[in-house]
Write a protein that binds this ligand. Structure first.
Ligand code: ASP
Length: 342
């Protein structure tokens, strides 16, 4: 490649671009161009950087599927012009957005890297500069005229992960994310090391397909000792509910009480898709390994294997939005579409 890579920065909000309101003491979003001026180091990078910003930068707690669609659309309309995309985003829901984008952007062959920070960019001890600069470098990495990373990644505190494998695990450490079921795609130290064996190889020559329709008739229920029949029934009977992520214990285990199994069985026979995901941060659901998951398997609960809750809920929204038939839904969910499960 004989020209410098072109990178588009998409600023959605988050701590990275916030300043302290000294009257109230809380952090609030501020102007993105001012933000860029505080990092003169960006001029030293060997790539051309353009930026677009959300009109109203968001604390990522306010992110929703409409905002995901907006990010996906920005990538879609700029896809042929840019070699890579860096999405600046609050860390709170970054794993949800990263997971959602991985499903929304089918046949991606260019890097989309989400990053943010725990401290604002203007803060003396900020983690924002390293996160931003290395994310841009990763998005600009090319080999034989092709992007090295061709999937949706999440870069934070020296590690690039597959975004749909991540979870926010810490509200104050700089190392805020982990990816317990999949190794990092790259690591930044003295050298920027890319672990090619961990990177998804996209199917060649298929064109980018952007899916913006996400169906939000979904819910998450975490099982706990003492969950009672009324609570479970009320969740399962939510009007228009189409799919539920059931966070179970350990390797996918749930109580074997008759009322609970009957409630789930009834809901499934009425058409509700129930996905079994473990509440453990790492490891996989193994349906049928214990007596306590045998019945779930028999009643056709979907096996979430080693998927994260963030990837499971966004995959449900995506599959429901794509009108996958009820008959094929379980098969589609249990198939890894973007490297989100084993
Ligand atoms: N509340 C912030 C957000 O998610 C936290 C952060 O940016 O890290 O937007």
């Amino acid at each position: 490649m004989d020209r410098k890579p072109h990178i588009l920065l998409i600023y959605t909000g988050g701590t990275i671009g916030m300043v302290k309101d000294y009257e109230s003491g809380s952090l609030k979003a501020f102007d993105f161009n001012t933000l860029l001026k505080s990092i003169p180091e960006l001029n030293q990078l060997d790539c051309n950087i353009d930026s677009v910003s959300f009109d109203k930068p968001l604390d990522s707690s306010n992110m929703n599927p409409e905002h995901w669609a907006k990010i996906a659309e920005l990538i879609e309309i700029n896809y042929s012009v840019y070699d890579g995309f860096v999405v600046l985003h609050g860390s709170d829901t970054m794993s949800y957005t990263g997971s959602a984008l991985s499903f929304m952007l089918e046949n991606l062959t260019k890097p989309v890297i989400l990053t943010g920070s725990q401290l604002p960019i203007g803060d003396l001890r900020t983690d924002a500069k390293e996160n931003l600069i290395t994310s841009i470098q990763l998005a600009a990495l090319q080999e034989n005229g092709k992007a090295v990373i061709q999937e949706v990644g999440l870069y934070f505190e020296y590690k690039l992960y597959r975004a749909n494998r991540t979870t926010k695990i810490n509200a104050e450490h700089f190392q805020a994310f982990s990816s317990l079921n999949y190794p990092p795609l790259a690591e930044s130290g003295v050298h920027l090391k890319v672990f090619r064996e961990n990177i998804d190889k996209p199917k060649a020559t298929k064109i980018l397909k952007v899916h913006k329709k996400m169906d939000t008739n979904v819910a998450i229920l975490k099982i706990f000792p003492g969950l009672n029949e009324s609570v479970l029934k009320n969740v399962l009977n939510i009007p228009d509910l189409k799919a539920l992520v059931l966070e179970t214990y350990g390797a996918g285990n749930a109580p074997t009480e008759k009322w609970l199994l009957n409630c789930l069985k009834n809901a499934i026979s009425c058409g509700l898709h129930i996905v079994n995901v473990t509440q453990c941060s790492g490891g996989s659901v193994i349906m049928g390994q214990y007596e306590t998951s045998k019945e779930l398997s028999k009643m056709q609960v979907i096996n979430g294997k080693d998927i994260t809750t963030e990837a499971a809920i966004t995959k449900l929204m995506y599959l429901l939005g794509s009108n996958v038939s009820s008959k094929m839904f379980k098969t589609f969910f249990e198939t890894s579409l973007r490297g989100e499960m084993q």
